[in-house]
Design a protein around this ligand. Sequence first.
Ligand code: SF4
Length: 80
Amino acid sequence: MRVDGTFIGIDVADAIVDDSAIAAKLREVCPVDIYGDAEGKVQIVEGNVDECVLCRLCIDATSPEQVKVLKLYDNEASLA
Ligand code: SF4
């Protein structure tokens, strides 16, 4: 599942989208509320994506294979 803003893209592996524990963790760690966990599924809040502060907390809470933060302004370089 991928959602792009203007500057940042968030790509969450389909394999973890239905994992309620991961969904809750992502919602908890992101300081700018990019993730939601309604109904136990990972959600990406499109309107907040460009607020990303590149803190890596979502990657550290999962893995670089499960969550990618893409810098669209830098040839989609992945924060990892
Ligand atoms: S890098 Fe930080 S601000 Fe950006 S989506 Fe991940 S947790 Fe949120």
